[in-house]
Write a protein that binds this ligand. Sequence first.
Ligand SMILES: Nc1ncnc2c1ncn2[C@@H]1O[C@H](COP(=O)(O)OP(=O)(O)OP(=O)(O)O)[C@@H](O)[C@H]1O
Ligand SMILES: [Mg+2]
Length: 433
Amino acid sequence: MNAMTPPDDSRPTTPSERGAASHGLEPSLLLGPAKDPAIIVDHISKKFRIYDERNRSLKAAVMRGRRARFQEFQAVDDVSFEVERGTTFGLVGENGCGKSTTLKCITRTIRPETGTITVDGRMSALLELGAGFHPELSGRENVYLNASILGMRKREVDAKLDEIVEFAGLERFIDMPVKNYSSGMYVRLGFAVAINVNPDILLVDEVLAVGDEEFQRKCNEKFATFRDAGGTIVVVSHGLEVMRDICDHAVWLEHGRITASGTSGDVIDHYLDMVRSERIERARERIGDGAGASPNAATGTNIVRAEMLHADTRDPVESLTATEGFVLRVTFDAEAVGEDVRTNFGIYRDDGQRVGSFNSGWSAADGPLTTVEMVAPRCPLQPGTYAVNVAIHDHSMLQEFERIDKFARFEVLPSEDRHQSGMVDFSQIWRTA
Ligand SMILES: Nc1ncnc2c1ncn2[C@@H]1O[C@H](COP(=O)(O)OP(=O)(O)OP(=O)(O)O)[C@@H](O)[C@H]1O
Ligand SMILES: [Mg+2]
């Protein structure tokens, strides 16, 4: 912004608005202020130091008599949002985007360098797997230890213990040291304690992914009961469909910054669009390398690659004889265009005369990368120059998703022993009758 810019009274004033505005987000991807916020995250940033391998430990650095060398890594970068009391709020984004770091800032496990966090209510958290458990102690002893850290008296824990153990489904294992627990057992116990210590706010990082389906169902029921009783939840998970169901609002983080915020459905749709287009982009790079440059191959938007290959060698083909076969092959993004996708190849002579139009007749749609081939065992055409078009459309052919005209051109060469003209090359048998 220009230093001469006059003050602007319409400037956004809530942390979320200011954060989003400073990142240039569209207003539709911007979550407004909460009416009754349980949590206000206001412009927090957190850097980590990544130490040079050779100087990893402080001791090594001291022994060498010089400062450890390190690089700084911005894990959370100017993040702001508000969580409305009594709602469920989700953080989504790729591995390493800063979700857990943000949660740890909220629980005050780590301290951001800048920004403030306001929490109104008693908070309980289930962060990393097994965090807060003592491996040598039994499940029962760990329940008492954890609950006391979260502020419960022994008497209160006594009253809750059966419920906790039953929820965790660990009746038979509760007196076993937790170091012998499976990761699922850790999570069950951790979640059971976290939700049963009567918090107002519950923070949960990735546990939904660890448990089995039955456990996830129980967690979701528990979340619902907790919410109905006015509880506030902040949850991190890569299980996007579960997040869509259980969260009211969500933010999407990318490299520590908010890329979108809003209702969970909008944010997750936006996120999935990005994930899909990145996947396509990578596939395009992988299979479409030099698509334009390599002969008889082209690339479009939803059509990742269209190509013409020799039937036997599978090499790009630009010329063939009538006795040789060819393959027309197209790879497209079926997720982008729908479940009902038919493929059509059209072959034209260079004077524009249509040789034929060939339709797959069935939908091969299968995820973001669907490949369909039409194999012609021979090329029954007279010598000449031809072009191939490809189109993907729905079964009615009324909706065309994409077309690439003349993605391939090929020459049919004269066969040595044939003397004929016209357009097609029938297989023929000659005899004297
Ligand atoms: N204690 C730390 N020291 C150095 N770097 C760290 C530390 N904790 C996190 N990071 C880095 O900060 C970034 C954000 O980490 P964070 O754990 O918040 O990601 P995340 O979004 O929770 O990822 P995931 O989906 O894999 O759980 C990552 O690049 C991570 O390597
Ligand atoms: Mg994480």
